[in-house]
Design a protein around this ligand. Structure first.
Ligand code: HEC
Ligand code: HEC
Length: 202
């Protein structure tokens, strides 16, 4: 079975590579979106969509998914060892997250990654993004009833400065970081904030 998967994945990667290489070089990069183009589109949520790939990445989704347990890996499989959310998001008494996760990544792949206050959102406000459209995800993170009473400034501060969020850019050995460099991400989030944090219509 595993071997099958490998061949399927290798096939997909190779054909993607072939397509990429066969393209003329000049067509490879789309032109930078000009500030004016972004502005005129801010009403349709383009400013949010510009940074949503970070939120949708497994480094974030593994704690913001459905179910009363965290996920692991780029395939977001259920956390092993029956780890559960627990009454406050820190696990259940005997197997609290901090039994294994420290405030920093451990030195090797497959050892627990870490950041200060490593935990899941609590069951009363689980902050589940899985299954939401971009519009719903945008509304959800802005909604004080779902984001623990944060206003937009506090939300932006969380997105750009919180230590658990920042871990997504420094996830430890052999884990892929989120897809947009941190400076670009912060700039995009602040552009969105400056435009009044508009969400996609649907
Ligand atoms: C018994 C030890 C143990 C406990 C308890 C534990 N974890 Fe883990 N966790 C691990 C290990 C080991 C890994 C790394 C697995 C790997 O990379 O193969 C991991 C990985 C993860 C990841 C995956 C990161 C990623 O994006 O791939 C998340 C998220 C996570 N744990 C969250 C939690 C949370 C939240 C709790 C508490 C509710 C918790 N863990 C409790 C051992 C534990
Ligand atoms: C180890 C688990 C974990 C990881 C990984 C994680 N978060 Fe969270 N996230 C939480 C917890 C716990 C809270 C609630 C903290 C609080 O409100 O004090 C939270 C809250 C949030 C909130 C505010 C609540 C909301 O849903 O509106 C945002 C935004 C957020 N996280 C973004 C991210 C982003 C972006 C990433 C990836 C770069 C990420 N998180 C990765 C655990 C995690």
């Amino acid at each position: 079975m595993k071997r099958m998967h490998f061949f399927v994945i290798a096939g997909v990667v190779l054909s993607a590579l072939a397509v990429a290489l066969s393209r003329p070089l000049i067509a490879a990069e789309p032109p930078e979106t000009s500030a004016a183009a972004v502005d005129s589109k801010s009403g349709d949520g383009a400013l949010f969509i510009a940074f949503v790939p970070v939120l949708r990445h497994p480094r974030c989704m593994n704690c913001h998914s459905k179910g009363d347990y965290p996920r692991q890996g780029d395939d977001s499989h259920r956390h092993t060892m029956l780890v559960k959310r627990g009454p406050a998001g820190f696990g259940v008494t005997a197997v609290k997250c901090s039994t294994c996760h420290q405030d920093h990544n451990l030195w090797d792949a497959h050892l627990p990654p870490g950041a200060p206050e490593w935990h899941l959102p609590s069951p009363s406000m689980p902050m589940i993004w899985e299954g939401l459209t971009d519009a719903q995800l945008c509304q959800s993170i802005k909604d004080p009833k779902q984001n623990k009473g944060r206003n937009i400034d506090q939300l932006v501060e969380h997105l750009t400065e919180d230590k658990l969020v920042a871990w997504g850019w420094n996830p430890g050995p052999r884990r892929n970081a989120v897809p947009i460099p941190h400076d670009d991400f912060s700039a995009k989030v602040k552009q969105w904030q400056a435009a009044g944090a508009p969400c996609p219509a649907r």
